[in-house]
Design a protein around this ligand. Structure first.
Ligand code: HEM
Ligand SMILES: N[C@@H](CC(=O)c1ccccc1NC=O)C(=O)O
Length: 279
């Protein structure tokens, strides 16, 4: 240490954390940074683990935002919900950019540890499935990989019993002068909503003259914006997968790229996309 080195104690910076909460305490860094356990000697396995763990952390925030946005919409608190949905898009933008880091791993580097993964796969991500269910993509068959885990099954079942984000938006629109079909408002929320002509015609009114209902117009555009980012996440995933494993079957047991390409066809808010065609 030289005499010109900065000494934090001179300015009163606290340095004794024997009995005080520190940075690491608050952020539970011992738990987080102690949770990387590569199963091989392969250099790239650390990248693979951290890429997934950071994605799961962002998904944790996404669930926090999405469920709060849904609650807010149900209480007619549209402004805070819009802020949360805007944040959702930024979270997915962040996740979309993160694929570039993983793509630095070549196919041969991945093969050095792929066999260690056994039959584990992102297919079994409970947070990912919860996000899909929250957004209304409710394929009950996706509960299967969680059957061994009572807590996760309970969580996903509870989500299926709750109206999706889009259900709440359609109910809000109906309370605010758009006539949504009664069958849609009373639908079995456990199932995935599919395209409905009456819902399309209701949104048409808003999209033809946004000035008559700015609130609903802006909210609908927030949903479209978010789905746009989410589609890009799916596309980045399938492209990375093709780049790294080609057309091999997935460790989770699906066809791999063929399964993920099929998922690109999912439409969360079908009428909001279709309305563009009839304007
Ligand atoms: C080299 C990198 C990756 C490869 C080769 C890969 C491969 C695959 C494959 C083949 C599937 C289909 C299920 C199966 O049969 O396994 C899948 C599903 C999935 N992966 Fe990945 N993946 C990669 C990276 C990631 C990352 C970084 C995440 C972030 C958490 C992720 C999350 C998921 C999710 C959530 C699914 C289920 C998708 C759905 O059901 O629509 N994957 N992955
Ligand atoms: N399904 C991938 C394996 C995989 O990517 C994976 C394995 C364990 C934990 C997370 C994973 N990521 C996404 O599926 C494969 O077939 O190579």
């Amino acid at each position: 240490m030289t005499s010109s080195d900065y000494d934090p104690t001179k300015e009163g910076a606290e340095t004794d954390f024997a009995r005080r909460m520190s940075y690491g305490d608050y952020l539970a860094l011992d738990a987080i940074l102690g949770a990387q356990h590569p199963l091989s000697e392969a250099h790239d396995e650390m990248l693979f683990i951290i890429q997934h763990q950071t994605t799961e952390l962002w998904m944790r925030l996404a669930i926090h935002e999405l469920s709060a946005a849904r609650r807010a919409i149900a209480k007619d608190e549209v402004q805070p919900a819009m802020k949360m949905l805007a944040r959702m898009s930024r979270i997915f933008e962040q996740l979309n950019n993160a694929w570039d880091v993983l793509r630095t791993m070549t196919p041969s580097e991945y093969t050095r540890f792929r066999s260690q993964l056994g039959q584990s796969s992102g297919f079994q991500s409970r947070q990912y499935r919860l996000i899909e269910f929250l957004l209304g993509n409710r394929n009950h068959a996706m509960l299967k990989p969680h059957e061994h885990d009572a807590e996760t099954t309970k969580l996903l079942e509870a989500e299926l019993a709750t109206p999706s984000l889009y259900d709440e938006v359609l109910r809000l629109a109906n309370r605010n002068g758009l006539k949504m079909p009664a069958a849609v408002l009373a639908r079995d929320v456990r199932e995935t909503h599919s395209f409905n002509e009456g819902v399309l015609q209701a949104w048409r009114v808003v999209y033809e003259a946004p000035e008559t209902n700015w609130m609903l117009y802006e909210l609908a555009e927030k949903l479209v914006d978010f789905e746009d980012y989410f589609r890009r996440w799916r596309f980045n995933h399938v492209t990375t997968v093709e780049r790294v494993i080609g057309f091999k079957r997935g460790t989770g047991g699906t066809g791999g790229v063929s399964y993920l390409k099929r998922m690109l066809e999912v439409e969360l808010f079908p009428e909001l996309w279709r309305v563009r065609t009839i304007l």
